[in-house]
Structures are given as C-alpha cells and as structure tokens.
Design a protein around this ligand. Structure first.
Ligand SMILES: *[C@@H]1O[C@H](CO)[C@@H](O)[C@H](O)[C@H]1NC(C)=O
Ligand SMILES: *[C@@H]1O[C@H](CO)[C@@H](O)[C@H](O)[C@H]1NC(C)=O
Ligand SMILES: *[C@@H]1O[C@H](CO)[C@@H](O)[C@H](O)[C@H]1NC(C)=O
Ligand SMILES: *[C@@H]1O[C@H](CO)[C@@H](O)[C@H](O)[C@H]1NC(C)=O
Length: 352
C-alpha cells in the first residue's frame, strides 16, 4: 500500500462512521467508498478493482458487511482478512478463478455472487448461510451434496446458469430449512443423475409430514415426472407419503418445452389418483396442476398430469375413474379392464 493511500485511509478511519469522498478513494479506480464501523460499501468501481482494500487493519474484524457490486477484476486475495463478514455482495465482479474458496469466512449469512463468471460452486464451510445467490453464471454441473453442510439454507438461486446436469438433487430437498430453489437453466437439456431414490422419498415425506413450511422449486427442462417416483413404483411408497410429497411441491413449477415425457392412460390414472388425496383448497389452480404435462402416445396431445378431465377427454378406459380399487400393476389393470368390458357386454345382453 502506498503512503498516500495509508494517509487517506487514516483520514477515513478517523472520520470513522460516514465517509463519502468525492474523489476516488482507491487510486487508479473510479471507486467511491463508504466505510462505517461495521460495513464497507464500494460503488462505481466499474469492474476496475483488483482486490478489496483494507482501510483500517485494526478494525477489519468488526466489518460484518461488504457490498462491492460490479467492482472486482479478479478473485480478491484480501477477502479472508474480513473474517467476520455476514453479508457479502460481490455481484457483477469478475471472479472466475480455479479456486473460489469462502471457507475462511465462517459467519456468512447472505452471499450474492450473481453474475460473477463462476464456473463451479464455490467452497463454503459454514452453517449460518441462509441466502446464496449464484445466478447468472457459467455453472454447468451441480452436485446437491455441495449444499449438504449448509443446514440453514433458506434460498438457493442458481437460475440462468447453463446447467447441463444435476447430481444428488435429493440432498437439496433434504436441507431442513430450504424454502426456495431456483434451478431454471439456460441450457435446453438438463440430465438428472443419482436422482431421488424411493427410500429418500419416504424419508423426505416423513420429514415433511405435518410441516407447515413453504417450499418453492423452479425448474425447466427437467420434468416433474423424472423427479418424483414413477407410477410403476407407486406401490413401493405409502400413499400418505405420496400425498405429502405432492402437497410440498404444489406451488412449484416444472416447465418442459423440448422434453415433455411420454405417458399413457395407466400413468395418468396413477398420477391423478394420488392427486385426489392432496388436501389443499387451491390445488386445481396451483402451479403444479397447471404446468405439469405429459405427451400422450399419439405424440400430439399434451395432457395435464393431475387433471381428471383430460382423462375423460382422452377417452382413457373408464376403469381409471374408479378410485376405490387397490393399487394395480399394469397387467392386472388389463385383466380388470377385460373383465369390466365382459361385465358390460353381459349386462347389456341381459337387458336386451
Ligand atoms: C456513480 O455513477 C453514477 C453514474 O455513473 C452517478 O450518478 C453517481 O452519482 C455516482 N456515485 C457516486 C457515489 O459518485
Ligand atoms: C444479487 O445481486 C443482483 C445484482 O446486483 C440482484 O439483482 C439480486 O437481486 C441480488 N440477489 C439477492 C438474493 O439479493
Ligand atoms: C403427523 O400428525 C399425525 C396426526 O396428528 C401423527 O399421527 C403423526 O405421527 C405426525 N407425524 C410426524 C412425522 O410427526
Ligand atoms: C402454497 O401457496 C399457498 C398460498 O398461495 C400457501 O398457503 C401454501 O402454504 C403454499 N404451500 C407450500 C408447500 O409452499
């Protein structure tokens, strides 16, 4: 640090609380600095700052908030010296670096790294993190296990990344306090790896049962059907658990444009039956009900997964409407359909 800056910084620390400087506070940058005992705000840096300044090394530990939007040209080496920060906003900076390690900051609560050219999920070692904004970056692969240590996470923003694959999505759902997950990808085809297993779903349903938490997931290019158990597996999961799961996703949106999954009457019947038990007054206007669709075997009709009317309109076998039948496998439903037709034939014969 040059002598001149030190003098300037000295002046700033003396003035201590409110300092608005009309000339730049950091030489060779257009930055404006606002320093209080607890916070440091840099504005108008126009992405020309190479590192975070240390104005007062005595007080560096009392700073709990750093706001430096559109400020940095690279990863700030001095960041770790601000060991007490809870609120960190470096959005709009250029942070692309092989190592983006925040493990030195163990008090972070709110972190905004939106639009910082990140290509991987940074390393955080901290239990206090509640809000993490990693949106508008270049992250292609997401591993839900990376978020596992963040027990208190409430909101996770990952939208507008070219997300191509997601591993261990279940780990994100399992976060105890999570309320909002935005995974809307700018890449048209997202693959899901190590998807949520049946036993994880049962565990999640137990965790969610009786909970009043609000939960919102936003995704595109990953159909809801490939996240939840498929209809062939419905027998393996208690129906109350299935109801709890659908209730938890009721406000979530899963929009598919290119990869709407195929379905048939059997699938529709199973989905619609599990939706019947959903206990929520607005379930027929919910996002889940409106947006979750599948493609019928004709390759043209997009049927709403949970809408019984589509079932009737599509002339699916009448049997499907009878909901008191026990869960049927595909083969037994064919047998029953046959006996039902036989029964109708017989009765019409008798009537005739
Ligand atoms: C930052 O720049 C904008 C316009 O570019 C200007 O209006 C604003 O006053 C500047 N802020 C400071 C603190 O100088
Ligand atoms: C993060 O910063 C961006 C741009 O500065 C802003 O639009 C966004 O709302 C912030 N995110 C959160 C969660 O505050
Ligand atoms: C949920 O509530 C029901 C009835 O109030 C109770 O029987 C059940 O044990 C509760 N489940 C959990 C996981 O707390
Ligand atoms: C869905 O939204 C409604 C109100 O719009 C709210 O009452 C309900 O708790 C929400 N459910 C979840 C699981 O977030």
């Amino acid at each position: 640090m040059s002598h001149r800056i030190q003098l300037l910084l000295f002046a700033i620390s003396i003035a201590s609380t409110k300092t608005y400087d009309t000339t730049s506070c950091i030489p060779n940058t257009p930055c404006r600095c606002y320093l209080t005992q607890y916070s440091l705000t840099l504005s108008n840096c126009s992405q020309q700052l190479a590192d975070l300044p240390i104005f007062d090394s005595q007080n560096v530990n009392s700073i709990t908030k750093i706001i430096a939007r559109n400020a940095l040209t690279q990863w700030p080496n001095q960041l770790c010296q601000y060991s007490s920060i809870q609120i960190l906003d470096l959005s709009g900076s250029y942070l692309d670096s092989p190592v983006t390690d925040f493990s030195c900051l163990t008090h972070l609560v709110h972190v905004n790294l939106s639009n910082t050219q990140l290509t991987t999920i940074p390393n955080f070692q901290n239990n206090y993190l509640q809000i993490l904004d990693l949106s508008n970056n270049n992250i292609k692969h997401i591993d839900g296990n990376d978020f596992q240590p963040m027990n208190n996470l409430l909101s996770l923003f990952l939208q507008n990344n070219p997300i191509q694959s997601i591993d261990h999505l279940g780990s994100v759902f399992q976060l105890e306090n999570i309320q909002l997950v935005n995974l809307v990808s700018s890449y048209p085809d997202v693959t899901l790896q190590q998807s949520v297993t049946i036993s994880q779903w049962i565990q999640l349903a137990n965790q969610w049962e009786n909970s009043t938490k609000s939960f919102l997931v936003r995704m595109n290019n990953i159909p809801f059907q490939s996240i939840i158990p498929n209809p062939e597996q419905f027998q393996m999961i208690p129906s109350e658990s299935m109801t709890t799961i659908l209730e938890m996703f009721i406000n979530s949106t899963f929009v598919t444009l290119f990869n709407t999954p195929k379905c048939n009457c059997f699938h529709l019947r199973e989905y619609q039956r599990s939706f019947t038990y959903v206990d929520y007054s607005k379930k027929y206007t919910s996002s889940l009900f409106q947006f979750t669709k599948c493609l019928m075997p004709d390759g043209i009709t997009h049927a709403r997964l949970f809408d019984r009317f589509t079932y009737v309109d599509l002339r699916c076998p009448l049997l499907g409407k009878i909901s008191f039948y026990p869960l049927l496998s595909r083969s037994s439903s064919i047998v029953l359909t046959r006996s039902f037709i036989l029964f109708i034939l017989l009765s019409s014969f008798v009537l005739y």
